[in-house]
Write a protein that binds this ligand. Sequence first.
Ligand code: NIG
Ligand code: FE
Length: 404
Amino acid sequence: MSLKLWTHCSVATLQADAVQPYGLVADAALVVQGAQVLWVGPRAALPHDLEARCVVRHDAGGALITPGLIDCHTHLVYGGDRAQEFELRLQGASYEDIARSGGGIASTVAATRAATPQELTAQSTKRLQQLMAEGVTTVEIKSGYGLALAHERKCLQVARALGQAHAVDIRTTFLGAHALPPEFAGRADDYIAEVLRMLPVLHAEGLVDAVDAFCERIAFSPAQTARVFEAARALGLGVKLHAEQLSDSGGAALAAGFGASSCDHLEWLSEEGASAMAAAGSVAVLLPGAFYFLRETQLPPVDLLRRQGVPIAISTDSNPGSSPCTSLLLMLNMACTLFRLTPEEALAGVTRHAAQALGLRDRGVLAPGKRADFVLWDVQRPAQLAYALGANPAIQTIFKGEAR
Ligand code: NIG
Ligand code: FE
């Protein structure tokens, strides 16, 4: 198999055990074999025989290279929008008020149910392409706006098809327990039973990579969440949770008890929740877009997460209600500005730790044997990726060893 070489670049490998911040290698060389990295390190240390075997040589023009970005928490496939709800919130209504009066997620459910797969694909493609333009190479997409078998299937099929149609890896998550659909009003336990009927069917159709739930006073209780997680476990599926977004329900500790790969949002996370996550190896996925857009004031406990050694990931949470956002770079900036992450923590949060949040060991860092998903950026220093607001310095993205 022919080898490809990139030189005239610096590489932020994001390797966990690196001595340099960001795992930065100045004047680097990167060798790719097929869809994998074969060698990365200082140009001067590149073995001559390896260099001689590189038949394709790229001058990166002084670019900074990072791993492909990973957006590990999105609700990218949905119908309609919630601009009208945005106007209501500007007039004083809260996100919870709107949800309780039948709007919020329920209004997106109605629009998503009414949309054809073609319409959903057309809307979602635009959002996916906006993410990809900023060097995103892996995207997690949740269902949860169908809330009935046919519509959950439709959304998951659209998500899978997006991955077939684009040079990007899509991981699907079944979020049937996202909200109570109107036909189950007042019967949350019955709806959970319905979720338990949907899950094995969708799983058997190859549409589910993981299972999520929304554990919150406006959504499902810890006991109901546990029923969903038991069902996931019985199928051998990994779990994750929307936890402690608006209140402390003890969701993070519950999810950690099921070995969750991640707990997400976490503004109201307790000390016990954080230590349970640390013990389970669960990643904390922080979502600055939702914090900002809902004008939350309760900050996620970043110092507690650091103290407990819980890895932190950052994601767009791209969705119509709490974070209508398709810029992962903007989330880097907001993670630093709003949550006081360092730019290095933020960049690890959209690479190494985002991969861990999805249970993916083959990406998120640049090292031999890892996937050759990487981005060439027109910046001198990695911190510039988190520093700029609204800029997109991506020059080129390589996905599985090929330019896209
Ligand atoms: O991650 N918290 C629950 N789910 C989404 C919001 C969904 C919506 O409002 O449409 C979130 O914030
Ligand atoms: Fe979410």
